[in-house]
Ligand binder design. Structure first.
Ligand SMILES: Cc1cc2nc3c(=O)[nH]c(=O)nc-3n(C[C@H](O)[C@H](O)[C@H](O)COP(=O)(O)O)c2cc1C
Length: 147
């Protein structure tokens, strides 16, 4: 069974909620998925060994969180070249974080990123039924491509 790692940072749990909904979509499609806060992934060894990676964080002050920036330096050492991936984030109005993570995974790590692009939802969307469905569909599409 293919294994997926979803790693997220979240201050007030909206991005964490997205991570869990994306995981549901992946599980429905028969892949194994682990959802972890970036604080639980301390070394490159903790990150290596999965078939697919989905990273997410909220936008604060038009930027990724500091924690996500540090996490991406660790992920660089895990050598994710060619691995399939996606990115996500929540925001209120500008939403820089998800595309920044996606671009780093694509251009720096040279990963095979989903053609869907990053999943970038407003916080009100995250808390709606429509948001739940978008996250589940994103996870389902990732898992289907992986299979
Ligand atoms: C101090 C502060 C700064 C923020 N800056 C931005 C911003 O620059 N752009 C944006 O789209 N959202 C911004 N937000 C909104 C958050 O991205 C949004 O609430 C997000 O859903 C929080 O995610 P979390 O619950 O996973 O921490 C900001 C929120 C706070 C409290």
């Amino acid at each position: 069974m293919k294994k997926v790692l979803i790693a997220y940072s979240s201050r007030t749990e909206k991005t964490k909620t997205m991570a869990n909904y994306i995981a549901e979509g992946i599980r429905f499609s028969g892949c194994d998925v682990e959802v972890k806060p970036i604080s639980a992934l301390e070394t490159a060894e903790d990150i290596a060994g999965y078939d697919c990676y989905v990273f997410g964080c909220p936008t604060y002050h038009k930027d990724m969180t500091g924690g996500m920036k540090n996490f991406l330096f660790k992920a660089e050492q895990a050598r994710l070249v060619g691995k399939f991936g996606g990115a996500f984030g929540s925001h209120t109005h500008s939403g820089e974080s998800a595309p920044m993570i996606y671009d780093t995974m694509l251009h720096v790590f040279k990963m095979d990123m989903t053609e869907l692009g990053p999943l970038n939802l407003t916080e009100s969307m995250v808390l709606s039924n429509e948001g739940l469905k978008s996250c589940q569909q994103y996870g389902k599409a990732l898992a289907e491509k992986l299979a």
